[in-house]
Structures are given as C-alpha cells and as structure tokens.
Design a protein around this ligand. Structure first.
Ligand code: 3EB
Length: 351
C-alpha cells in the first residue's frame, strides 16, 4: 500500500539531510539552513534559503526541511527560487544592500532591497497561482542598528508596508504569519516563505494588540504580520505561529529577564492555540505537539530559556535554538512554532 505524507517540517543536520536526499525519491519542498558560514549542499535540488545565524551550542548548522507530497514544479522567477506542489509553494531569495547604491533610491539601501524583495515575491507567487502568503521568515542584517537616523527594523517595516500596498495586498487583517530577526553586518537580506493557492485563516492573540494596530511609538509604518495562520494545504489543519515574544498588549514585558520572557512567550503561544482550536471548533492543537524554533539574543541565556520551555512543554520535541537579534532591543527571546495536526499520522493515498 502506498501512503501520502502530509506536510512535514524537520530539523536536521546537513549530514542527516544528505542521507534523506540520497533516498529513492526526495519529497523536499524547500529548506533553510542556519549556519554562520557558507555550507555546500550539493545533493539538494530543492530551493535553499541560507541564513547566516548559528545554532546555539556546538552544532555547526541546522536545516529546517519542509516536505510535502509531489509532483513538484521547480524554478526561478527573478531572484526568487521556488518549488510548489498542488497547494503549497516554498520560495526564497537573497538580496544584498551593496548591490543598491543608496543615491539611486529616495530612502535607504535596506528599504530598496526590502521593497524589491517583496515586489519579487508577490510577482512570483501571483504568476504561480499561489497568491496567498502564509508564512514569511525575514532575516535582515543588523536589525537593531540605526542607519540614516532610523532603526533598521523600522526601515524594514516601512518598506514592507509600501510593498504590500504597491502589490495590492491588505495591510490589516489578512496578512501572513511572519518573523523578523537580525543577521550579522555584511550579510544579505534573506527572505523565505510558504504561499498557498487558498487564503489561510488568521489567528490573533487576545492578549496582544494586533501588530498592524501597534501605536506609532513603534514606527510610523506598522509591522505587517498576523500572530498565526491556520491553513489546510495537506491532510491535516496546519498552524503557523509567528515569532512570539514577551509582549502583552503592545508593550515588551520582563526586560532583562530571559526566563520570564520565555514564560510570557509560551503563555502567548498557548493563547493562540486556544484561539485556533476555538476557530476550528475542535481541539486539534496543543503545546505538546508543536515544532518549536527559539531565537535567543544572548547565548548566555540559553540554559535558562531551555529550562523554562522544558518545564512548560513535556515531552518537548527537540526545539531548535538559534542565536539571533530580536527586532525590539528589549526582547531577549522569541519563539515560533508549527502545528501539523496529529503527529506521525500517515494517510492512504487519495484520501
Ligand atoms: C512582535 O510581536 C515581536 O515584523 O514580521 C514578531 C513576529 C515580531 C513578526 C515581523 C515581528 C514580526 O512585535 C516581533
């Protein structure tokens, strides 16, 4: 009997990835690799987003591997490399500020590449027939620095906002789940995403102000992301939880305490799970069956953050810890997660 796999995400070392790619047929839709330096992934024919942040601890690199049933269409439109099956597309691109002379743009080189990145992404997914961004991972160099008098995360927010408007997208409500993290100086902007032929359902957090309604103290252009997106692109409902931090209302809470920030982020994630289950009117998602990815600003906080998460989620399927700057300088930790219905369930072909 043959079985179709639903959508899956796994976190593997490059060696584990090589073993999978050497198998009879690869069902890899796309992947991201997190590593401080360059890695070669010869065996992989799926699109690869290369993010220059390192795992915390002694692992050199970690790969986030998205697998889904084929057949696939694979290609490149402008700078966007993509692979898609019937319902879902993975795509990624990399743009460098050095390639944009600031003088040719009314704003900054970062604004220019962010606007261009989103224009390319929307152009790509529109022409593929997957116009709905589900989840976007934004990795931008020096996210907390000030250049041209503005924090770079704010420059990013303005450019993202302008691009959404220019490309006919909504700037409130129906916006993708996302995260925005820093990478070292001199690296490229890397954006990768999942897009779908059908719009997902946004899930907001009753404990938090929606990001598109943040007051202007966080910038004239609000961040455009939803707290989570619920989709149905495979055999189970899927829940994509955005980067979630220690924010209540719109304010950062527990400054200088990574353990308390982790607890608050976990409480926010639990609130989202409750919302998602309420919206689908069924108890599908719980904290024990999520795949977590954790960004910590200071590696010295790793043990405290891991302890808190392990105490809250038991058993905890090996979360991935990455060293990265978070978009607000008072945030020390950010947690994202994916829920993919029931774990390990395979489904008969054609059902
Ligand atoms: C926050 O809740 C923390 O700008 O795309 C989380 C998820 C955050 C996504 C983004 C930012 C973004 O505001 C930061």
């Amino acid at each position: 009997m043959s079985y179709r796999t639903p959508l899956q995400v796994d976190y593997w070392s490059p060696e584990e990835l090589a073993v999978c790619c050497a198998g009879i047929s690869s069902d890899i839709l796309g992947l991201s690799i997190f590593c401080a330096d360059e890695v070669s992934l010869d065996a992989v024919d799926a699109p690869v987003a290369r993010v220059r942040i390192a795992p915390v601890g002694d692992q050199h690199a970690v790969c986030e591997v998205w697998r889904a049933p084929g057949p696939f269409r694979t290609g490149k439109i402008g700078p966007v490399r993509y692979r898609a099956n019937q319902t879902l597309a993975f795509g990624c691109l990399e743009l460098s500020e050095a390639s944009f002379a600031a003088s040719h743009h009314p704003r900054t080189a970062l604004s220019a590449i962010v606007e261009s990145a989103y224009a390319e992404i929307f152009g790509c997914i529109d022409s593929l027939g997957f116009p709905h961004l589900v989840r976007v991972w934004n990795h931008l160099p020096e996210i907390n620095s000030n250049t041209s008098g503005f924090e770079r995360y704010r420059q990013f927010n303005e450019a993202r906002h302008r691009s959404f408007l220019a490309c006919g997208r909504q700037t409130a409500g129906n916006v993708p789940a996302a995260c925005a993290l820093g990478t070292p100086a001199g690296t490229a902007l890397v954006v990768y995403f999942l897009a779908s032929s059908q719009a997902g359902t946004i899930i907001e957090n009753p404990r938090q102000v929606s990001a598109w309604n943040y007051p202007s103290q966080y910038g004239a252009f609000s961040p455009l992301f939803s707290r989570a997106i619920l989709t149905n692109v495979s055999t189970h409902p899927e829940l994509f939880i955005s980067g979630t931090a220690s924010i209540v209302g719109h304010r950062s809470v527990h400054p200088d305490d990574a353990a308390d920030q982790t607890r608050e982020a976990a409480t926010n994630i639990c609130a989202l799970l409750g919302e998602a289950n309420r919206v689908i009117n069924k108890s599908v998602f719980d904290k024990e069956h999520l795949r977590y990815k954790v960004y910590v600003r200071d590696p010295a906080d790793y043990a405290a953050v891991a302890d808190v998460l392990h105490a809250i989620v038991q058993p905890l399927a090996s979360p991935v810890f990455l060293r990265a700057d978070i978009c607000r300088s008072d945030l020390l930790v950010e947690v994202e997660a994916v829920g993919l219905g029931q774990p390990g369930a395979a489904h008969p072909a054609g059902t």
